[in-house]
Design a protein around this ligand. Structure first.
Ligand code: NAD
Ligand code: TDX
Length: 433
């Protein structure tokens, strides 16, 4: 039984809906008590002029939340979502976006908002490591050649937000190869295309930071894991990188490439490094959705090692807002840490989760540790709070309640995932642990 008094009101889709079409407002807690007290703090600068964003990996967890967020916040921005649709990519995450803003069906809402029938969302299936495809997207030829742009919009991206990645540490321990291909080579392909198409033979003025003089931004979505682990203190943006897993090593390599393209070519790159996210649409291989869905199925919740590893949890919408602040106010060549200062041991986290869900603590099962398991991540977020004026709006408790609520109300979403290839992965990862 779930303690519904601790959750938001049931809303959204019935568990019978085969393809859940998430409502945008479902992404935000509806009840008063779950809404952050501070009014939504938007970046203070004017919106950038109409923009076309190339969002990569937009069908995954954070990318799909970001697309929901950005299309709602910026009625004159257009998003091209380039996603390979690996096991982690799921177009159901964007079904409402496709029908509201997509090519086939720009809605009446959109017309009312923008007096404009043009679609604002385009999905392209493909890899960021595919140079030819990426080039065609940057030049606009992709849409011309595919007759996908009847309104002849200028769909050449002026902003890249690179979420596309292999993102699961445990999978990187089983096989690092796809992590090298996507996280390193893919990022280099994107950087090179941006350099060729944005800079051509000239370079940008690296010191300029005004809207008109800074038409392009390459935002690399990185992670706290690149700093490695620390028992005490917090990592600042100046801390040396010391990644420990094949996943974090590949993300660190991508960060170094981004830095090199800034230093060498003055490509306007910004890197963000965020802590562990929780929220809607997270693939149930990661600890929180794995634990919620296992608890709902009355299955054991595997805790690695002694359960005393510490992570700092942030609600995914706070991360998306931080990325928006960064696009609007961040400085090229800079790095910004993003976190919510909500550190928990894994054991504390799961105890609280089971409490919120009113499931017995006996579901916890200690299993063999993750090889090379980082003990603790912790980020100093002084820079982004002081320089960009961002701060998180969701406490851990509110974020956890909203997340549990979402999984409760989107049972068909996670059941569909768990019944497919995921079952084989789960068996391989946990059955002999
Ligand atoms: P995810 O695994 O849920 O989604 C990744 C998406 O990228 C999927 O849609 C997948 O299909 C797509 N993809 C994979 N390879 C691709 C390729 N070659 N070309 C195009 N698309 C490809 O990941 P996530 O948790 O949403 O993470 C997004 C980004 O944020 C990653 O770069 C990750 O390193 C970073 N990050 C994640 C967290 C977290 O807690 N999840 C925290 C900090 C940073
Ligand atoms: O079954 C599990 N049992 C368990 O104890 C799983 C899947 C995880 N864990 C532990 C390992 C970590 O200490 O829980 C913690 C969180 O694990 P994950 O959800 O796998 O996240 P983590 O390894 O911390 O990495 C995440 O945060 C940083 C994302 O997956 C990365 O993409 C992001 O960069």
């Amino acid at each position: 039984m779930v303690r519904r008094d601790l959750l938001t009101k049931t809303q959204g889709l019935s568990s019978k809906t085969q393809y859940p079409i998430p409502k945008t407002q479902n992404l935000r807690p509806k009840t008063q008590n779950l809404r952050p007290k501070t009014q939504n703090l938007r970046p203070k600068t004017q919106n950038l002029r109409p923009k076309t964003l190339l969002v990569t990996g937009g069908a995954g967890f954070i990318g799909s939340n970001f697309i929901h967020y950005i299309l709602n916040e910026h009625p004159d921005w257009t998003v091209i979502n380039l996603d390979k649709l690996t096991y982690a990519g799921n177009l159901a995450n964007l079904a409402d976006i496709e029908s509201q803003y997509g090519l086939l069906n720009p809605s009446k809402d959109l017309v009312a908002k923008t007096q404009d029938l043009r679609p604002r969302y385009f999905f392209v299936r493909g890899s960021i490591a595919d140079r030819e495809l990426v080039d065609a997207l940057f030049s606009g030829e992709y849409f011309a050649a595919n007759s996908l742009n009847p309104n002849t919009q200028d769909l050449r991206p002026s902003i890249v937000v690179n979420f596309a990645a292999e993102s699961h540490v445990d999978r990187s321990i089983l096989d690092a190869s796809p992590f090298i291909e996507t996280n390193i080579k893919g990022t280099q392909v994107l950087l090179e295309a941006a350099r060729t198409h944005w800079l051509g033979s000239k370079t940008q003025d690296p010191t300029s930071n005004t809207q008109d003089l800074r038409p392009n931004i390459f935002l690399q979505v990185s992670t706290d894991e690149v700093y490695g682990a620390t028992e005490k203190g917090k990592f600042t943006e100046e801390s040396p990188l010391s990644p420990n897993s094949p996943y974090s090593a590949s993300k660190a390599a991508a960060d170094f490439l981004c830095h090199a393209y800034w230093k060498t070519y003055q490509l306007p790159v910004i890197i963000t490094r965020c802590s562990n996210n929780l929220g809607p649409f997270q693939f149930p291989e990661k600890l929180i959705p794995l634990a919620i869905t296992n608890a709902l199925e009355n299955k054991p919740i595997p805790i690695y090692g002694d359960g005393l590893n510490v992570r700092d949890w942030i609600y995914v919408l706070d991360h998306c807002r931080a990325l928006d602040f960064t696009l609007q106010k961040g400085k090229p060549g800079e790095i910004y840490n993003i976190a919510a200062n909500e550190e928990r041991t894994n054991l504390e986290l799961i105890h609280r989760l089971l409490d919120v869900m009113d499931n017995p603590q006996s579901l916890i099962k200690f299993v063999a540790d993750r090889p090379g398991h980082d003990r603790r991540y912790a980020l100093d977020i002084t820079k982004i709070t002081r320089e960009l004026g961002w701060k998180p709006l969701y406490s851990f408790e509110k974020a956890l309640a909203a997340t549990v609520d979402w999984y409760l109300n989107h049972e068909s979403w996670w059941r569909q995932i768990k019944s497919g290839d995921y079952a084989k992965y789960y068996d391989r990862m946990y059955s002999h642990r």
